[in-house]
Design a binder for this molecule. Structure first.
Ligand code: WTA
Length: 634
């Protein structure tokens, strides 16, 4: 199946075809997959509903396209190389045949434990191959997985369990991360004390941490698989059956469950993986994301495995036992494609070149970036010192909602320009609009980024709340999908993503709603009101700055700030802990009571020029008090 674009003219040719005859274009690509029954219709769509259907009435199972399609040709090939947290613990290499057997065996266990097609299963696991097995086993029986990043707190986990009415949780005893052993099973226990729907918990033994096993509910992974056969027939699913739900942050307080369906997601993750990274058989590919995020879903598990690739999975963190760890792994496995986030690059850049010295990095052919805008300095450091100036750097723009990479260079095929995601993939029709939704054509324009035509891996709904999906993505500019990002088309026609234009901040590549953090802060009994904004942060890209009005009685400022930060860690997780917290006498508000975040953003960025007109505020005096409180001279 040759779907790989080989040249720049080939790219333009494919792109034109994909725009002028999208249905023929995608049907040709989809023909390379293994279908139990072909589709009646490639695409039907309406962005008003929204209602989007790809490969209508086709029947398939995504795992057959990973396993059965390849087993005869490359069953012995390594599917997953797993690198443990401790460098001197042995790695694991799992072939396609072994992964097939593990998946079948665990999917048989899921069924024996009562899981049926359509049931929701939460996966709250460390970065171990069994996390991938858990996802694939759900897909094999037609259960809908929802992976929750194992750094989220019990409250955040409970909210997600409740929202999707999960029947089962898959977890582990503990999670080794650098010097820590995080007791994940204990977090699950706390979450389940707040929820009603979960009938069974299956626990993989990774760290030998002592855990409480609730009888009748909790089961050991190794015990449930013990007597299960290592083969089965995959369930027959409809093209539009749910594959997974992944919760992500938006402008409102409550994370939403982005829904992806089977066939379109399969076709697009495979197609984009092959083309962006220019993967060739025999290459070793490594994406450093966590399976808890969309990048882990599409480009550690599904995309690479659908392509029959060898994908590296790393349990630990970039700085343990030292900041050379990523580079040691690249050399150890002779990694050819390396895909990481700007925040990791900036964090490692801060250690200088010394940690790189022992490593050759000669195996690298392609390096990639995802999750947030990559600043030019980090781009050059990554390109020069990791890619040694010879590797194309793919700056890949996409979102949980898009399912796959939308705008990015194709490695070595389309041009690289520092800090530019550059050109759309075939099939993707981005446009830049002004505030009224008018398309800004031509070069040298800047505005909001929308997409005007469906692509196979786009979200179909937000779980249990279709209205929210419509309002969030399809109502701002009727007839278009609105990304929430600002973008610029430069004088060469390349796209540069400028970051979020809504109340979403991007902290170390993790999406966070300001309202979500405010809600968590407000849970502290001494807090009266709060406002959260992002500010530029050298390593994290954006940091979290919280302004809090509170009742200080009986507390010191320092003590209370510590308590409030602890509350946020408890309610969301450590990734949402504010970097800065300022106790303020009031918040700047308009006469209609709306917080003027523009002013708060300026103070947080220590940028006091152009504060704009503050005289229309209900309480203009508070601005000077906030500036003074921040230690800045007004
Ligand atoms: C941002 C991650 C600039 C963007 C795959 C988007 C980027 C949000 C890039 C989605 C990039 C992602 N350049 N910004 N290459 N990639 N973003 O859902 O603001 O975790 O809307 O998906 O990350 O984050 P999410």
């Amino acid at each position: 199946m040759s779907q790989k674009i080989q040249s720049l003219s080939g790219y333009y040719h494919e792109y034109q075809k994909s725009i002028h005859q999208p249905e023929q274009f995608w049907s040709r690509i989809a023909q390379g997959f293994h279908w139990k029954k072909p589709w009646d219709n490639v695409l039907s769509w309406d962005f008003e509903g929204p209602e989007i259907k790809w490969f209508e009435n086709a029947k398939l199972n995504i795992t057959e396209n990973i396993f059965e399609r390849y087993l005869f040709t490359h069953g012995d090939k390594t599917a997953i190389i797993w690198e443990p947290n401790e460098p001197n613990e042995a790695e694991r290499r799992i072939s396609y045949s072994e992964l097939y057997e593990m998946t079948c065996q665990f999917s048989n266990a899921l069924e024996s434990q009562g899981i049926q097609k359509g049931d929701r299963v939460i996966i709250y696991m460390p970065m171990i191959p069994e996390a991938a097995v858990a996802m694939l086993a759900c897909a094999r029986v037609g259960a809908v997985h929802s992976v929750v990043f194992a750094g989220f707190s019990s409250t955040a986990l409970a909210d997600r369990i409740k929202d999707c009415k999960a029947k089962m949780v898959l977890t582990a005893d503990g999670n080794f991360r650098g010097t820590k052993n995080i007791p994940v099973k204990a977090v699950v226990d706390e979450a389940l004390a707040q929820t009603q729907t979960v009938e069974k918990v299956i626990v993989y033994q990774r760290t030998q941490t002592a855990v409480e096993m609730k009888s009748g509910r909790d089961l050991w992974w190794h015990e449930v698989i013990a007597n299960e056969p290592k083969a089965n027939t995959a369930a027959t699913l409809d093209a539009e059956d749910l594959l997974f739900i992944l919760y992500t942050s938006g402008s409102t307080g409550k994370p939403k469950g982005v829904v992806h369906t089977t066939a379109g997601y399969m076709v697009y993750t495979h197609y984009s993986f092959t083309n962006v990274f220019q993967y060739s058989q025999g290459d070793v590919y490594w994406c450093t994301a966590d399976v808890g995020w969309i990048t882990g879903h599409s480009y550690i598990v599904y995309g690479p495995l659908l392509a029959g690739a060898t994908t590296v999975m790393f349990e630990g963190v970039p700085t343990y036992p030292d900041p050379g760890r990523f580079w040691a792994i690249v050399d150890k496995y002779q990694v050819n494609q390396f895909y990481t986030a700007p925040t990791a690059i900036r964090a490692l850049q801060a250690y200088g070149l010394e940690p790189l010295a022992p490593y050759s990095l000669d195996s690298l052919k392609v390096i990639g970036s995802v999750g947030e805008p990559i600043n030019e300095e980090a781009w050059h450091w990554y390109h020069d010192h990791i890619g040694k100036g010879k590797c194309p750097l793919v700056d890949t723009w996409w979102q949980t909602e898009t399912g796959g990479i939308m705008i990015s260079p194709l490695a070595g095929i389309t041009p690289n320009k520092p800090a530019h995601a550059s050109l759309p993939l075939p099939g993707i029709q981005p446009l830049i609009v002004d505030a009224e939704g008018n398309e800004l054509k031509g070069n040298n324009v800047e505005g909001n980024l929308c997409i005007k035509f469906p692509w196979p891996s786009m979200l179909r709904t937000t779980y249990g709340d279709h209205k929210r999906c419509k309002e969030t993505y399809f109502s701002t500019y009727p007839g278009m999908y609105f990304t929430g990002d600002g973008a610029k088309r430069d004088h060469d026609g390349y796209l540069r993503i400028l970051g979020r234009v809504d109340d979403v901040i991007n902290v170390s590549g993790h999406r966070m709603g300001t309202a979500e953090v405010e809600n968590a802060i407000n849970e502290h009994p001494k807090v009266v009101e709060s406002a959260v904004v992002g500010f530029p942060h050298n390593i994290k890209g954006q940091g979290i700055y919280a302004y809090v009005i509170c009742d200080l009685e009986g507390r010191t400022e320092e003590g209370l700030i510590k308590e409030i930060k602890e509350t946020v860690r408890k309610i969301i997780g450590p990734i949402a802990t504010p970097d800065e917290m300022q106790i303020v006498p009031g918040l700047p508000k308009t006469r209609s009571g709306k917080i003027m975040r523009r002013i708060l953003r300026k103070v947080a960025s220590k940028e006091l020029s152009n504060m704009g007109d503050t005289s229309t505020l209900l309480n203009p005096e508070v601005v000077d008090q906030i500036i003074k409180g921040a230690g800045l001279a007004p």
